[in-house]
Design a protein around this ligand. Structure first.
Ligand SMILES: NC(=O)c1ccc[n+]([C@@H]2O[C@H](COP(=O)([O-])OP(=O)(O)OC[C@H]3O[C@@H](n4cnc5c(N)ncnc54)[C@H](OP(=O)(O)O)[C@@H]3O)[C@@H](O)[C@H]2O)c1
Length: 249
């Protein structure tokens, strides 16, 4: 399925229902499905002044919300949670009803991946949320994480915190539709392990210049990973791109 809307195509607000249909993804029975979502400038910058909020991609916030609504869990590395001052997902009453109808929890929890749980238990992630977040950590750090966050979060022991172990821990918790919102270090490790299924990329019509990193960090991939275009929406001056790592059946 390919959708290419020409520049100036979808006028005004994007239709959330149509977007939810467009962004529905296959749900393999035997493993979690990992969707990655980023916004980047036209020259590839992943942040402005250390945060993604300076990147203005028309329609990005709408797609961001739709992807969250479709996910079982929203995953982010500790660097992103800190830099972006993460809080729990906001879900409207109709969205909660749609989620329940799909057999999902009413609100998707945010899961922070951290080997060294140093986040402040008073941070918005833990205090400004409708459901307790998940703290995904190593076997070694789990006891300390439970002491620190036991009252405000659910701690998941993900062994050595390799990407496969993180996904196993989330799947054991019933989270199979995984939306990973970054950052580059976490997603770089998932891509390096061959565990990214899809990339949703909002292209902001901006040039940022050198300095900020790109959407993947960490070791170079052994070979460039080819991507398959699923849809491309031109909205105002921005592009909302969806790529599959393996072609969908
Ligand atoms: N443009 C966008 O869409 C977007 C999206 C997200 C983030 N960002 C930007 O990206 C920056 C933050 O990204 P980041 O790359 O520094 O941090 P990150 O990927 O969010 O978090 C990295 C941290 O996660 C922990 N971690 C645990 N397991 C890991 C694993 N398997 N692989 C990698 N890290 C693991 C480590 O910290 P511990 O010591 O806690 O273990 C590591 O330092 C910010 O500037 C943010 O604004 C932009």
């Amino acid at each position: 399925m390919r959708h290419v809307w020409p520049p100036g195509g979808p006028a005004g607000e994007l239709d959330r229902t149509a977007l939810a249909d467009l962004y529905t993804h296959p749900a393999p029975a035997d493993r979690p499905f990992v969707r990655v979502n980023f916004v980047a400038s036209a020259d590839g910058a992943v942040s402005v002044d250390g945060r993604s909020t300076g990147l203005a991609a028309p329609g990005d916030r709408t797609v961001f919300g739709v992807l969250r609504e479709l996910a079982d869990v929203i995953v982010a590395g500790s660097g992103t949670v800190r830099a972006e001052n993460y809080r729990g997902a906001r879900t409207s009453a109709p969205a909660r009803a749609r989620r329940r109808a799909r057999g999902q929890a009413a609100v998707p929890p945010v899961a922070v991946v951290t080997a060294a749980p140093r986040l402040d238990p008073g941070a918005a992630l833990f205090t400004d949320t409708a459901v307790p977040p998940l703290v995904v950590t190593t076997t070694g750090a789990a006891p300390e994480a439970r002491r620190r966050y036991g009252a405000v979060a659910e701690v998941l022991d993900a062994g050595d915190l390799s990407p496969a172990a993180v996904l196993d821990a989330l799947a054991a918790r019933g989270c199979r539709r995984v939306l990973c919102e970054g950052g580059p270090a976490l997603v770089g490790s998932f891509a390096g392990a061959g565990l990214v299924d899809e990339l949703c990329l909002s292209l902001a019509p901006q040039l940022v210049g050198s300095g900020p990193g790109r959407i993947l960090a960490g070791p170079e991939l052994p070979v460039p990973l080819p991507l398959h275009l699923v849809s491309a929406l031109a909205h105002d001056d921005g592009l909302l791109l969806r790529y599959a790592v393996r072609p969908f059946e």
